[in-house]
Design a protein around this ligand. Structure first.
Ligand code: NAD
Ligand code: LMR
Length: 338
């Protein structure tokens, strides 16, 4: 009986070692572009997330300061700053989740596609390193144009022979966050109770909120629904213009990015019924990448959910977005293979 007891307590000791904080598993999260407008508040929010045990902050500049600052917060995760290409491998090694807000933001008058020439190359380099140093990590792509940077990542990963379509996500959560906020304002319902799926992609008309599926239900006129749809589609531009040359959404994006990352970590940890909208490889439409509701699990995408019933206005919006989304996908694929 001594033997049984000691082996039982040995088992407990092993369990204690592998679960450093109660029964919450260890998770390393890396943020690439961590010293930027999004990166800094996103680093703060991830430091506040009890599911994170190790926070890795990478940028080409300024990460030591951000890491020292965020690292003083008395929450679970350790924090390490990594600066410059030579330290990218260490920043990525062992990561369970990599969030990518690296790249230049829009100025007034620009489309997201105008960022392609600079950001496509940045994303390509970062994804080449991810393929090498943390091939099993989930990827949350924030860098614009998301409609193209996600296909670029997929192609780079395919070339490296480690592509797993279940692990690559374009972050469209900010579109959902905006749709919820704008809908609550017009429908006069408590914003915390609002749900609105947003499908398609992440640029202009490719962003398609499905207010016909919004909850709680409200009887909004078609004029109001049209205005809500356009405001959601132009939400990024609204912020770009208000910031008048000082960049695009950073604080609301950090919130949205932290929300989506948390959902991914919950999925990894086996929490059931975690569903968020995201731009993923998809067979829901004829397009190879499409944003829709996705169930998250231990391997990333567990299930891409059906679009559900669409209003006539939404059906028109869906057909109207396909040519632009298709060409943005093709542009990314072509860039990665040239
Ligand atoms: P920013 O210029 O404030 O920060 C970008 C950071 O990326 C900088 O710190 C820069 O040093 C870093 N960076 C540049 N090249 C890098 C590289 N090779 N490796 C690592 N880091 C690198 O810009 P921001 O406001 O944080 O926006 C970042 C990106 O996010 C932009 O492309 C923007 O369009 C996009 N964005 C997407 C969404 C979305 O909903 N998906 C929302 C807002 C912004
Ligand atoms: C957004 O939606 O706020 C981002 O994609 C940034 C932008 O350029 O609009």
């Amino acid at each position: 009986s001594m033997l049984v007891r000691s082996s039982a307590s040995a088992k407990q000791a092993v369990n204690r070692r592998s679960f450093s904080s109660g029964s919450v598993p260890e998770r390393k999260v890396a943020i690439l572009g961590a010293a930027g407008g999004i990166g800094q508040p996103l680093a703060l929010l991830m430091k506040l997330n009890p599911l994170v045990s190790s926070l890795s902050l990478y940028d080409i500049a300024n990460t030591p300061g951000v890491a020292a600052d965020v690292g003083h917060i008395n929450t679970r995760s350790d924090v390490t700053g990594y600066m410059g290409d030579d330290n990218l491998a260490k920043a990525l090694e062992g990561a369970d989740l990599v969030i990518i807000p690296a790249g230049v933001p829009r100025k007034p008058g620009m489309t997201r596609d105008d960022l392609f020439n600079i950001n496509a190359g940045i994303v390509k380099n970062l994804c080449t390193a991810i393929a090498k140093y943390c091939p099993h990590a989930l990827i949350n792509m924030i860098s614009n144009p998301v409609n193209s940077t996600v296909p670029i990542a997929a192609e780079i990963f395919k070339k490296a022979g480690m592509y797993d379509e279940k692990k690559l996500f374009g972050v469209t959560t900010l579109d959902v966050v905006r749709a919820k906020t704008f809908y609550a304002g017009k429908a006069n319902v408590p914003v915390a109770e609002v749900n609105v799926p947003v499908i398609g992609g992440h640029a202009g008309v490719t962003i398609l909120p499905l207010f016909s599926q919004a909850s709680p239900q409200a009887n909004l006129s078609s004029d109001v629904l049209t205005a809500l749809t356009k405001r959601t589609q132009d939400g990024g531009t609204e912020v770009v213009e208000a910031k008048a040359g000082k960049g695009s959404a950073t604080l609301s994006m950090a919130y949205a990015g932290a929300l989506f990352a948390d959902a991914c970590l919950k999925g990894l940890n086996g929490v059931p019924d975690v569903v968020e909208c995201s731009y993923v490889q998809s067979t829901i439409t004829e397009l190879p990448f499409f944003a829709s509701k996705v169930r998250l699990g231990k391997n990333g995408v567990e299930e891409v959910l059906d679009l559900g019933p669409l209003s006539d206005y939404e059906k028109e919006g869906l057909e109207a977005l396909k040519p632009e989304l298709k060409s943005s996908i093709e542009k990314g694929v072509k860039f990665a293979n040239q």
